[in-house]
Design a protein. Structure first.
Length: 227
């Protein structure tokens, strides 16, 4: 693995900046979702009654530590068959919950703020990180649309986001993410490796002992429609 540089050791890089450029096509928007956080969390609570959080199993038979669910026209799933998007929740046999308007508006405004216009995501992965859970370095490759950005929203306790290069072994940096922060990456940055370090034990007044992450994707390209 490449050398790890911590942004905690270089506070000047991020202090006092509301929009922080990671590289061409990738940005951190500090506090961008803060004002809407309560409404976003309430929407998550309503949707997870219909499509509860679950720990999916990888094709290799390992249980993922991060619990997740989906909303929108498509949901990301993993099982013995592989990783893929599907319009149907395999747990209920029903379509995933419709993406709330507040979700769509936030994703579109964050994308537009970083130069990605006319963004219309058709899927939102909702992840719940409990203390000790992590996300290993990976690329998001399952979407048919390879140009549209990914918009990632943090709610609740902090996390350390790992931002790497186009190869797994490339050097990566550690980026602290807090309640209301949004990360957007697309264009030339779309297939950068990224991950999340193990979540530390903390408590937040809105989410309790967990971090909620909303990750917006555009699964289908325009020629395929959005379902």
């Amino acid at each position: 693995m490449g050398r790890v540089m911590s942004l905690f050791e270089d506070d000047a890089l991020f202090q006092g900046q509301q929009q922080q450029k990671l590289c061409t096509g990738a940005f951190v928007l500090r506090g961008f979702a803060f004002a809407q956080a309560m409404a976003l969390h309430e929407a998550v609570s309503r949707m997870t009654v219909r499509a509860p959080f679950r720990n999916m199993v990888t094709p290799g038979g390992f249980c993922m530590s991060v619990a997740m669910t989906n909303c929108g026209s498509y949901g990301w799933i993993s099982d013995s068959i592989g990783y893929r998007y599907d319009a149907i929740d395999p747990q209920s046999g029903q379509p995933w919950p419709r993406m709330p308007e507040i979700f769509m508006a936030l994703a579109q405004s964050a994308a537009a703020a970083t130069g990605f216009q006319k963004y219309v995501p058709d899927a939102c992965l909702i992840n719940r990180y409990d203390p000790g859970t992590r996300l290993s370095m990976h690329q998001d490759m399952d979407e048919h649309d390879k140009e549209a950005p990914i918009v990632s929203v943090s709610l609740g306790i902090p996390a350390v986001f790992l931002w790497g290069g186009m190869r797994r072994q490339d050097e990566h940096i550690r980026i602290p993410l807090f309640h209301g922060d949004v990360v957007v990456w697309g264009g030339p940055a779309r297939f950068r490796y990224h991950g999340v370090l193990p979540i530390k034990e903390e408590c937040h007044t809105l989410t309790g002992r967990c971090r909620i992450n909303l990750t917006f994707r555009k699964v289908m390209d325009d020629s395929q429609g959005s379902g």
